[in-house]
Write a new protein. Structure first.
Length: 266
């Protein structure tokens, strides 16, 4: 794992003159396509609270600013060449936070599911959800289902949002499913492979994760995509999530493109 502190600047000139597409075909692209960009990027969006604290603002202000960062990244990703973006929005451990903060986060979720639908459609983003999101309150689940249905025909970007998600919980649920198949005689336990496990994970319909990014200076996975991270590249930045933007994402993609991935072979 390596540490990066990229400046908030545009991509180098040699990467800016590569043509890319935008949601609006008539608009000039803001970000350059990065040759060799990771197809699937997963982001641990960290630092909302510390961003707010550094500005003497309530934590809710940090979460609201974090939503703006999500919007910027979703717009930039397809231009850069990223086709799948997975965002760690609410972990299964986040329920341990103060009740008022959890309530604020759920209120933000309710509001932005409706407010961002047009934005998702404009950017050609298809919404996917991972995690035990159906355990959320019924009105939230209803809105999530409606958002999934409203974006199902979009194909420019797969946007997977991790809600009530924990990597260990995901693996536990997959193990239970395989165990039930074995108990019913539909699966020989001795023949269970890694492919069987992967097929039962929340990300089964998504491509492999190429790059995991974490903002705010922390260098750990925090129970995020534990199985999927096996051969993913890691990229860390001290930038708090509310300050994250498409330029930083582009620099992460360019760094990824310069790496040699060996998958443990040598």
């Amino acid at each position: 794992m390596r540490w990066f502190n990229p400046p908030k600047a545009r991509l180098p000139k040699e990467r800016q003159d590569v043509a890319s597409t935008t949601a609006d075909p008539g608009a000039a692209p803001e970000f350059a396509l990065v040759p060799g960009a990771p197809a699937h990027v997963a982001i641990i969006m960290d630092g909302n609270g510390r961003w707010a604290k550094s500005r003497h603002l309530p934590r809710l202000a940090g979460h609201k600013a974090g939503v703006d960062a999500v919007r910027r990244v979703v717009r930039a990703a397809p231009q850069i060449g990223i086709t799948t973006l997975t965002l760690y929005a609410f972990s299964s451990e986040n329920w341990r936070r103060p009740a008022e903060e959890v309530s604020d986060l759920m209120s933000l979720l309710r509001h932005h599911l409706l407010a961002e639908l047009d934005e998702l459609k404009t950017n050609g983003a298809r919404l996917h959800l991972i995690g035990d999101w159906r355990a959320l309150k019924p009105d939230v689940v209803e809105r999530l289902e409606a958002a999934i249905d409203a974006t199902k025909d979009n194909s420019r970007l797969n946007l997977a949002v991790a809600l009530n998600y924990g990597g260990q919980d995901e693996l536990t649920r997959a193990a239970r499913t395989l165990a039930s198949h074995a108990a019913a005689g539909r699966l020989d336990p001795a023949r269970i492979t890694a492919d069987h496990i992967a097929a039962e994970l929340d990300t089964a319909a998504l491509p492999p994760v190429d790059l995991i990014i974490r903002s705010s200076g922390e260098q750990r996975l925090s129970n995020f995509l534990l199985w999927q991270a096996a051969y993913a590249e890691m990229w860390f930045t001290p930038i708090f999530w509310p300050d994250f933007d498409g330029h930083v994402l582009g620099q992460a993609a360019a760094d990824f493109a310069a790496r040699e991935r060996r998958y443990g072979g040598r």
